[in-house]
Ligand binder design. Structure first.
Ligand SMILES: [Zn+2]
Length: 116
């Protein structure tokens, strides 16, 4: 990967991370809003909060992955599969910039997870 596209990708990851952090802040703020006194309302609110919490977890997971990718950029390990140590396909990195595994290892993991 060229130095220029490397920098462009870093900027993109930083932007995405900021966006997710902001989203997470909003989600957390929503969760912290006081519960309604009415029990019916409260049940509904708890349900909403579960959805909101799931969204928050999703954002958190993504932030962790992006941070790890940025760190790998600093250490020069970016674009190298953490499983087998081979370079990750550039097309894969373009589609999924914080991929830490090559397509073969990712597919292997998926098959392993899919196994009952
Ligand atoms: Zn691999």
């Amino acid at each position: 990967m060229s130095a220029a596209s490397h920098e462009a990708l870093r900027a993109e990851l930083n932007r995405k991370k900021e966006e997710l952090t902001l989203r997470l802040t909003k989600i957390t703020a929503n969760l912290r809003r006081g519960y309604e006194a009415d029990s019916k309302e409260r049940a509904k609110q708890l349900e909403d909060n579960e959805v909101v919490d799931a969204l928050g977890n999703e954002a958190r997971t993504e932030i962790v992955k992006i941070s790890a990718a940025l760190k790998r950029m600093d250490t020069g390990d970016f674009g190298i599969c953490i499983e087998c140590g081979l370079p990750i396909d550039e097309a894969r990195l373009e589609a999924y910039p914080y991929a830490d595994e090559c397509i073969e290892c990712a597919e292997f993991d998926e098959r392993r997870r899919a196994r009952p």
